[in-house]
Ligand binder design. Sequence first.
Ligand code: CA
Ligand code: CA
Ligand code: CA
Length: 386
Amino acid sequence: MLLTVVSLLMLSMIGMAYLQVSRLDRVTAAQISTNNIDIVAAAVSAYIGETLVNDLVDPQGNFFNEANGIESYDYPWTNPEVNFSVLKADGSTAIAQGGLLDDSWLASTEPDFSGSEPKWPHLTNLNGIFLELPRSDKNKKQPKERVLKGSNPQKTDTNVPITGNKSLTESSSKYEAPGVDADGDGIVDSRWTWATIRQISGISYIMAVRIVDNSAMLNANVALSQVSAADTFDTSTQGTDAPRWSYPTELDLGNFVFKSGGTATELQQFLKYRLGTTTTPPLPLPWTGAVDSRAFFWLAGPSLFGNFNSANLGFTTNYRKLSIVDELELRYKNGLNNDRATTTIESTSNGLFGLLRESATGEASYTDVSGVTSMQTFLKMNRVIK
Ligand SMILES: [Ca+2]
Ligand SMILES: [Ca+2]
Ligand SMILES: [Ca+2]
């Protein structure tokens, strides 16, 4: 379970490291900086990995030891009741809040649009400091350091306004607007801070990181449908075939699709694709012998991750899955690349096309996001790897 949690978090991590070169050093340092940015990026990556491990295990190897400030949950928040010392650029220290029984490193999955201005409930905060960069047309040479404490929108990772006064998109007379679009979808989602290695040969390095987990996301490779097209439970799933929630395949994709405006036809073609059948599957699905079927689908299908129908299993099924390439393409700019995205789950022949694309967006034709064929190309397109 530990590996799963950590690898999912790593998979979902989008970050980018930029270097800031002071104006005086810019020409002479150009060659050095391109070499060292890789070292800084590796250090950032290692530091994030360490942060994720430290969220689970204390130095003595105990999982979720609350006595050592390690909570047994993940939730994007910074604990205002505790604080820790941070190091500023001039060598002095200051007090930032958070660090125990919280997950200050974790960002909210999506903004909160309920108020008059959109806000991020929580931004990734890796070290208690955010930076504002000097405007190039002004004479400030150093970033302004904001130690994160209290509720001033400029000095907090919590309830950070995206637009309006003191927001991520408002610049000041001497400093750039503080928000950074780390995942490249056009919406600012993070803030600059000092990189894990702050300086090499007189050049300062900064980073903006957004870490999200898979909470509130639906794994479309797992859930089946336990409702009919009328969104009611089938009586055949009562009694011995009733859902027991023993397997993730008892999660109800059908209810989600119908409540969200999807049709039975598109749900059925999507389930038909995943089950690898030639006939349109019934709704609800569990089918005959529901409990056993749901269990078998889990054990011989989604639970195996990349090993569907591996020769080592000793048996084969027709089950199919949405691939990592599908996920990468959907995650690229958070799916806001509509006119260039074609993945299985949104295809007209195998997916939930009406629900995910056509009806909602009014757009009808898509081409492939060329180049997103592996994790490597995904990260390159998101500018994590130079
Ligand atoms: Ca946690
Ligand atoms: Ca924690
Ligand atoms: Ca963004």
